[in-house]
Design a protein around this ligand. Structure first.
Ligand code: NI
Length: 136
């Protein structure tokens, strides 16, 4: 009996989508407003989903208090109110698209979650644009 538990979280962060080897015109063509050289912010909404068997002793798949604390230390403390391009090492040479942010978050959390459990990350960059990643 595999059950999925979810925890929602939130962070605000600034970014710029661009390639250093492209000029501003090309970056604007491909990345639109997100290529603004002066950066811009998003209110990211994150949903972390853990799927596993119910522990017969506790009745939990995973203690959501532990998941909450993990998200705080691994994601919120590191991304919230930061400029992702400049202040988060993972994005020094990686475009901070929602896709790449979700993979970075997944990789950080995967190490901390029991191997028997599956992990999926859902990241909303805007209320209508969101991505999911489950390590495949
Ligand atoms: Ni953007």
């Amino acid at each position: 009996m595999r059950v999925t538990v979810h925890r929602k979280a939130h962070f605000n962060a600034a970014h710029r989508l661009y390639r250093k080897d492209w000029d501003d015109t090309r970056n604007l063509e491909v990345f639109g407003k997100c290529s603004n050289p002066n950066y811009h912010g998003h209110n990211y909404e994150l949903i972390v989903s853990v799927t596993g068997n119910i522990d017969p002793e506790t009745g939990f798949v995973m203690d959501l208090k532990i998941l909450k604390d993990l998200i705080r230390t691994e994601v919120e403390d590191q991304f919230d109110h930061k400029n992702l391009n400049i202040e988060v090492a993972e994005f020094r040479n990686l475009n901070p698209t929602a896709e790449n942010i979700s993979v970075v978050i997944w990789n950080k959390l995967r190490k901390q979650i029991q191997e028997a459990n599956d992990l999926e990350v859902t990241l909303y960059e805007t209320p209508r644009n969101y991505v999911t990643y489950k390590g495949e």
